[in-house]
Design a protein around this ligand. Structure first.
Ligand SMILES: [Zn+2]
Ligand SMILES: [Zn+2]
Length: 108
């Protein structure tokens, strides 16, 4: 199960990188391993990673990729919260991945 999800994340990444090959370099030494994002999508960022992850393009992109590759999507409350910590990931998830189910949660 876990391996399948990680594989799904990898595929989601690959699709992104095919579209935008120059974005590899956004990963920083502070970013966690790719397999960890799956847990963060479910449990939220750990305290020690929060300050980094909410402002890191790579971490936000990774979170958005997990949402798009798995059943773990942001809640309606999160999506409509202007102060949501993963706002960048939501924007990416909606605009880049084009998640229809989350687009339906956006209050106009
Ligand atoms: Zn990061
Ligand atoms: Zn979604």
């Amino acid at each position: 199960m876990q391996i399948n999800l990680e594989e799904a994340i990898r595929i989601a990444y690959q699709r992104e990188f095919e579209k935008m090959p120059k974005q590899h370099s956004q990963r920083t030494p502070d970013c966690p391993p790719i397999s960890a994002y799956l847990h963060y999508a479910v449990d939220g960022w750990p305290e020690e990673l929060k300050a980094h992850a909410t402002n890191c393009i790579y971490c936000q992109k990774s979170l958005a990729a997990v949402w798009s590759a798995t059943d773990h999507h942001p809640s309606e409350a999160d999506i409509n919260n202007p102060n949501y910590e993963n706002k960048l990931a939501v924007e990416r998830h909606l605009n880049w991945h084009g998640c229809e189910s989350c687009a339906g949660k956006v209050k106009k």
